[in-house]
Design a protein around this ligand. Sequence first.
Ligand SMILES: [Zn+2]
Ligand SMILES: [Zn+2]
Length: 238
Amino acid sequence: MSRRNLAGLSALLLLVAASAAEAKQWKYAGMHPRTGQPGDGLCHLETTHVHSVAPQYADTLYRTHDNTYVFIGDPTPFGYDGPRHAYYGHHPVVLNVIINIDVDVDEVEYCYHDGPHYHAYEPPPRQEFVDKEEVHYYAGEYPDAYRRDNPKLVRVNTVYRGWNAPRPEVTFAPPPQYHGPIIQVNVGVDVDVRVGSRPPPPSREVIIIREDDDHDHDHHHDNGKHKGHKNKKFKGRD
Ligand SMILES: [Zn+2]
Ligand SMILES: [Zn+2]
C-alpha cells in the first residue's frame, strides 16, 4: 500500500473512531460512581470530562447542568473514604457549588435521601441549615419544584436500600427547624425486616419521632421497631 493510501486509511479510521466515540460519550463533572455498581468504585475527576459509560440510575442519583451529569448522591456505597458530611433527610444541593463554576443564579436541586446519610460536600452556601450533633438538617422551606419532583426522585431510596451502606448514627429527634420527612431507615441497625422478608417500602404517611419527653415510663430502646404508644405520630409534612 502506498504511503498516501495508508495516510488516507488512517485518517478514515480516525474519523470512524471519532464519530463512534462521539456517539457514545456522556459528560460528567465532579466525583461520580464509575458504573453505578458499588464494587466498581468512584471516578474522582473534578473537572468536566467524558466517559463512554452512561450514568446508571441517572434519573435519581444525578442532576444535569448543561448536558453534564453531576452526581449528588451518597458516595458511601462506592467505597468513598474522603472527608464526609452527615445529613438527615431531604435538603437542597447547589450544583454550581458542587462542580465549582460561576453562575449568576444558583442551580438548586434537592436531595431526597431519607433519614441519615452522607455526602462528600458540605451544606451549600446561601441555604439555611441547622446542625445537631454534627448532623446537618435543612431548615428552610421546600419549594413547589421539590414537591413536584418528589414522586420520581424519592426513588433514590429504593436504589440505595439494596446496598446497605453505613449511615450516620442518629439517635435523637430532628430539630424543630427541620420540616422534611422523618422516616425510620433501618440500615445497619439490628432489626428483623431484612430476615426472611423484603424491607417494607418507605412510608410516606406514618412518620415517627422518638422522643423521650413523656413522663417516665418503662421504655426500653428497641431501635424504633416499637411503633405503638409513647411515640409521637405525625401525618404529612406541614
Ligand atoms: Zn469520571
Ligand atoms: Zn442528601
